[in-house]
Design a protein around this ligand. Structure first.
Ligand SMILES: NC(=O)c1ccc[n+]([C@@H]2O[C@H](COP(=O)([O-])OP(=O)(O)OC[C@H]3O[C@@H](n4cnc5c(N)ncnc54)[C@H](O)[C@@H]3O)[C@@H](O)[C@H]2O)c1
Length: 466
C-alpha cells in the first residue's frame, strides 16, 4: 500500500492542472480522448474488450459491446477542445472600477475512484477520465473480480499518450482499499457500488464522498394501454438483461388495472423464457447465490395474495460454481396493499442483484398508494413512467425524485448512455456519470477569484472605523 499512499500524497490540493496551472494539459486530455476513441472504434479492439468483459462479468455479447460502445462515444465527446470547455469560467462585473468576480471549476487534487463488478469498462473509464479532465490525480480501484478489463484499458490509454504518473491503479480487495483511503486521505472519493459500503465510506471519510449506490428501480405503467409487445420487450430487457445485474434494473413494476387485462404478463413470461445460458442472455449472478434468491422467493410467497408468475427455479444443466447464483428469470406478484404493510415493505423492496422482479397492479384511484410506496424507498436511481398521458406523467414526475427518470410510452429503467446524466437524486452526496454536468459536479468544486485592481478613487480618505 505504501507506494500508493506516497504517490497520492505528492499531488497538491490544487491538482495536476487548473485554469492557472499547466492549462496545456486540458488539450493533452482532448488528444488522449480522441486517440483512445479512435482505437476503441477499431473492430478488433472493440471485439477484444467486449470478449474480455464477457469473460469476467458474464453477459451477452450485445450487452458487453454496449459498454465498449458507450465508452468509445464518451471519449469522442471529450475530444479536441471539449475538455477545456469543461473548465469554462464566468465573470460578473464588480461594484467599482477594477473589480470583477470570476467563478472557476477547481480540482480536488488527490482523489480516489472505486467501482463495482458489473460494468468493468464503462464505469471506471468514464469516472477516471472525468477526474483527469478536471485536473485531479486519481487512484483507481476496480472490483478485483473484473479488474483485468481496466488493466488492459490502462495500457491502451498509456499507448494513447496518458502520462504514466497521472493515474495509480491498484488491484486489491475492499478491506485493503478502505485502509489505503484512511491512510492516503484523498480529498474526494467517488464510490460506485452497494449502499452498505457507500454508507461505511461516508462515515470513514467524514463525508468527503460522492456516491452512486444501490438501485431499487421502479416502473409504472399508466392508464393508456398501447404497443403491448414493445412494452413487454422493454420490461424483459430492463429486468433480465445482464441477468438483472444492472443498478438500473427494473426491480418493481406497477401496472394500471387497464394493463392487467392485456396480454402483457404472458408476453413478458414468453420473452423471459427465451433467455438461455448458451448465449449468456441469462447467466451467473456474481454476488447473490441461488440459495439466497430462492430463500427470498420463499419469504415473498408467504405474503398473503402473492403468487409466482414465472421462474423461481434454479437454472439447469450448467457448471456454474455454487458460490454464484443461477436462477431462471423470476417474477413474483404481490398485492399493492400487502407491499405497503410495514411488516412486508422492507422485504419486498430489497434489491436483489439478479434476474428477479416484483410485479403488482393498482386501480384507477390507487395512484396515491403507489406514490406512497415510492416515497418510502431509500434508493432513487432510475425510474420509468410508461404513458403518453401528459397529466398522468406530470402527476407522477412531480411527486417523485429518481435522478434518471424515463417518461413516455417507450420509457425504460436501464440505459446509461454517454448522452444523458445517470445518477441518483435526493441525496447531497449523489454523484453522476456521463455528461459534462456530471463531470463538473463530481470532479471539480467552485472557486471564486475576485479581482480588485483599482485604481483607488482620487482624493480617497480613511473613513471612520466600522
Ligand atoms: N448507482 C450506480 O451507478 C451503480 C452502478 C453499478 C452498480 N451499482 C450498485 O453496486 C452494487 C453491486 O456492485 P458490487 O457487488 O461490486 O458492490 P460492492 O459495494 O460490494 O463493491 C463495490 C466496490 O467497492 C469495493 N469495496 C468493498 N468494500 C470496500 C471497502 N470497505 N472500502 C473500499 N472499497 C470497498 C469492492 O471491492 C468493489 O470494487 C449494487 O448494489 C448496484 O446497485 C450502482
Amino acid at each position: 500500500m505504501q507506494p500508493f499512499v506516497e504517490s497520492l500524497s505528492k499531488c497538491p490540493k490544487h491538482g495536476l492542472h487548473n485554469p492557472f496551472k499547466s492549462p496545456e494539459r486540458y488539450l493533452l486530455y482532448g488528444d488522449i480522448s480522441a486517440k483512445a476513441a479512435h482505437m476503441l472504434a477499431l473492430p478488433k479492439v472493440s471485439d477484444f474488450f467486449t470478449r474480455l468483459i464477457q469473460r469476467v462479468s458474464p453477459k451477452s455479447y450485445q450487452q458487453a459491446f454496449g459498454e465498449v460502445y458507450v465508452t468509445q462515444k464518451f471519449l469522442e465527446n471529450f475530444s479536441g477542445d471539449q475538455v477545456r470547455f469543461l473548465a469554462r469560467s464566468f465573470a460578473v462585473p464588480g461594484n467599482h472600477i477594477g473589480q470583477q468576480s470570476h467563478g472557476y471549476r477547481w480540482p480536488y487534487g488527490p482523489v480516489a475512484i472505486i467501482t463495482p463488478f458489473n460494468f468493468p469498462l464503462e464505469i471506471p473509464v468514464l469516472q477516471l477520465m472525468g477526474a483527469l479532465y478536471m485536473g485531479n490525480k486519481p487512484v483507481l480501484k476496480v472490483d478485483s473480480k473484473v479488474s483485468i478489463v481496466m488493466e488492459q484499458m490502462m495500457r491502451l490509454l498509456h499507448y494513447c499518450g496518458l502520462p504514466a504518473e497521472d493515474v495509480d491503479f491498484i488491484n486489491s480487495d475492499g478491506k485493503t482499499m478502505n485502509k489505503l483511503l484512511m491512510e492516503a486521505n484523498p480529498r474526494m472519493t467517488l464510490f460506485t457500488g452497494s449502499s452498505r459500503i457507500a454508507e461505511k465510506l461516508a462515515v470513514d471519510l467524514k463525508g468527503r464522498v460522492k456516491l452512486e449506490d444501490a438501485g431499487f428501480d421502479w416502473k409504472i405503467l399508466g392508464p393508456d394501454v398501447e404497443e403491448v409487445d414493445y412494452v413487454a420487450w422493454v420490461c424483459d430487457q430492463d429486468a433480465y438483461a445482464c441477468s438483472g445485474q444492472k443498478c438500473s434494473a427494473q426491480s418493481i413494476l406497477f401496472m394500471h388495472e387497464n394493463w392487467s387485462t392485456s396480454s402483457l404478463i404472458s408476453k413478458i413470461k414468453d420473452l423471459a423464457e427465451r433467455r438461455k445460458l448458451a448465449d449468456l442472455t441469462v447467466g451467473p449472478v456474481l454476488t447473490v447465490t441461488t440459495e439466497a434468491m430462492l430463500e427470498h422467493k420463499k419469504k415473498l410467497l408467504q405474503i398473503s395474495g402473492s403468487k409466482l408468475l414465472f421462474g423461481g427455479e434454479p437454472l439447469e444443466n450448467h457448471s456454474i460454481p455454487a458460490i454464484y447464483g443461477a436462477i431462471k428469470p423470476t417474477a413474483i406478484y404481490i398485492p399493492l396493499e400487502e407491499i405497503l404493510k410495514p411488516a412486508n415493505y422492507e422485504l419486498v423492496t430489497k434489491e436483489i442483484f439478479g434476474p428477479f422482479q416484483i410485479i403488482t397492479d393498482y386501480k384507477k384511484d390507487q395512484l396515491p398508494m403507489v406514490l406512497d410506496a415510492l416515497e418510502r424507498m431509500h434508493a432513487h436511481l432510475t425510474a420509468a413512467v410508461v404513458s403518453n398521458d401528459p397529466i398522468f406523467l406530470q402527476d407522477v414526475i412531480g411527486k417523485t425524485v429518481n435522478g434518471t427518470t424515463y417518461a413516455g410510452l417507450r420509457a425504460r429503467t436501464t440505459g446509461a448512455p454517454q448522452n444523458h446524466w445517470f445518477g441518483p437524486a435526493g441525496d447531497p452526496r449523489g454523484a453522476g456519470i456521463g455528461t459534462p454536468e456530471a463531470i463538473k459536479l463530481v470532479w471539480s468544486c467552485h472557486r471564486e477569484i475576485i479581482y480588485d485592481f483599482g485604481p483607488v478613487p482620487r482624493g480617497w480618505e480613511i473613513p471612520p472605523s466600522t
